[in-house]
Ligand binder design. Structure first.
Ligand code: PHE
Length: 496
């Protein structure tokens, strides 16, 4: 590069001022390379000055390039006619893809004559003994950048025939600057300990920093936007003292997904329309049997102050393996585990992972998505605690205005849908679901009677799509995802 820079300077010294396109011609280099050399010379100070200009020049089209090799269409037609006889016009027309245009050009050049009355149909003969292929010669000259012999009219004709095209390029006019020199001193880029101890730095010119230079994108792996947003949510939970639950089981038994959560076996959500059932293995077999008996009892007969659902609870239904429909199945397992501790200790748990529902697919719904769930278990919690923690949680996401609306979940009472005011849409939008787990769920597990568990859930996809401005879920997950979207999207910073 330094060498090319010096070559450029030698030409500037000689000519006083010169364009980069002229330099590219003279030095037989690509124009962009010359521009690069000029730019790096300019970064050294005032050795040279430059100004942008546009320059137009003629370039051969693909068809034009073909003509330089094989001759003009009219010459090819002429050459296709035997010198010592004629050729049927119909046959001549089949001699090549450009025969028709070639024939008409050759006719108007006076190279051919047609005998319309020939016995086997019109025949074509050469009218002149030899021809000069001017079009081919002109194009060859143009290709060598030699324009002087071609008139404007001829250029216009070649352009009309789509053999040449005019291209505009940005070039630079370069001239000597106030500090002009032809010998560039190589600037130092690093201040080394040796320079400092010897004091040699004092006399050295250093290269200025280029603060406008773009960083080199690291050639590393890329996190999907969902994972970036998940990391932010995980951070929020960790800041609030929550512990992550193990969610590494997409397959769950109906027992933990539904029965443990006091969801009756004839509940519509347990239908194949909403839930994916596993064929193999179809059933789960290991359950804590005494707990299972208490779950069966609370469903079929009631207990703990509840009258239950009063139906014939079946183990065969509870054993069915499914793809979990919510991460609350994991929360149920964790709360059961907590209840087995000798002495209850308050806990704060969270999870962020994938769940599956047999949904009708559309722009915002897929058959799988991610849930974010928070669970707090402590003595004597109230709805006020739930509202308070939801405010604290969403505040960390930058969401300050919350409203709650009564809702229904089989496993929480009371239940509340969470709404937030969307500044962009200027309306209240639903952002989550929450509630206080029912005693019918907690007491069979063996948790103390005065322990209350509050919980809430939301989807990971929704905030991700809002954050990254994606309005079709198929652009976020699945086979149609543009990987460049994944590479280019910035890290997630929630507006907190
Ligand atoms: N499991 C609920 C859902 O799938 C979310 C939720 C979690 C609701 C915890 C209340 C308490 O929507």
């Amino acid at each position: 590069m330094a060498d090319l820079g010096e070559l450029v300077l030698q030409h500037v010294a000689k000519d006083g001022e010169i364009t980069t396109s002229e330099l590219a011609q003279r030095l037989q280099k690509d124009h962009q390379q010359i521009v690069g050399a000029v730019k790096s010379l300019q970064s050294l100070g005032n050795i040279i000055e430059s100004e942008q200009r546009t320059s137009k020049h003629w370039e051969l089209t693909e068809e034009g390039k073909e003509v330089t090799k094989d001759g003009s269409h009219e010459a090819r037609v002429y050459n296709a006619i035997p010198a010592d006889g004629g050729i049927q016009q119909a046959q001549l027309m089949k001699s090549g893809p450009y025969a028709k245009i070639g024939f008409s050009k050759a006719m108007s050049a006076g190279w051919l004559e047609v005998n319309k009355k020939a016995p086997g149909g019109p025949t074509v003969q050469r009218k002149v003994a030899s021809i000069v292929d001017r079009v081919q010669n002109q194009l060859k000259q143009l290709q060598q950048g030699n324009l002087s012999d071609i008139t404007d009219k001829e250029k216009a004709e070649l352009k009309k025939r789509k053999l040449i095209q005019e291209v505009t390029v940005n070039i630079f006019l370069v001239w000597k600057g106030s500090g002009f020199t032809t010998s560039v001193q190589k600037l130092d880029t690093d201040l080394t300990p040796e320079m400092i101890s010897s004091g040699s730095w004092k006399g050295k010119p250093f290269k200025a920093y280029n603060f406008d230079a773009m960083g080199v994108p690291p050639t590393a792996g890329h996190l999907h936007p969902l994972l970036k947003v998940r990391a932010e949510f995980r951070q929020i939970f960790l800041e609030m003292g929550f512990t992550e639950m193990p969610t590494n089981n997409y397959i769950e038994s109906s027992f933990w997904n539904f029965d443990a959560l006091f969801q009756p076996q004839q509940h519509p959500a347990r239908d194949a329309h909403d839930t994916f059932f596993i064929k193999d293995p179809e059933f789960a077999h290991e359950f804590p049997m005494d707990y299972l008996e208490r779950v069966k009892k609370v469903h079929s007969e009631g207990g703990y102050g509840s009258q239950g659902y009063k139906y014939d609870w079946k183990l065969s239904e509870a054993k069915k393996n499914i793809l979990r429909t919510h991460t609350t199945a994991v929360s149920a397992r964790m709360l059961y585990k907590l209840a087995q501790q000798e002495k209850f200790t308050p806990v704060k748990y969270f999870s962020i992972d994938r769940v599956f529902r047999n949904e009708t697919l559309d722009a915002t719904h897929l058959a799988e998505f991610h849930q974010i769930e928070g669970v707090v278990a402590d003595y004597n919690l109230s709805l006020g605690h739930l509202i308070g923690i939801l405010h604290a949680f969403f505040k960390k996401l930058g969401i300050e205005k919350l409203r709650f609306k009564p809702a229904y979940n089989p496993y929480t009472e009371p239940s509340m849908a969470v709404f937030s005011y969307h500044e962009g849409l200027k309306k209240w939008v639903e952002i989550g679901n929450s509630g206080v787990f029912r005693p019918e769920m907690l007491l069979p597990m063996g948790l103390p009677e005065d322990v209350v568990v509050i919980a809430w859930g939301l989807s990971l996809e929704r905030p991700t799509m809002i954050k990254y401005g994606i309005d079709n879920i198929r652009d976020l997950i699945g086979p149609k995802v543009n990987l460049q979207m994944v590479y280019d999207n910035p890290i997630c910073r929630l507006d907190k």
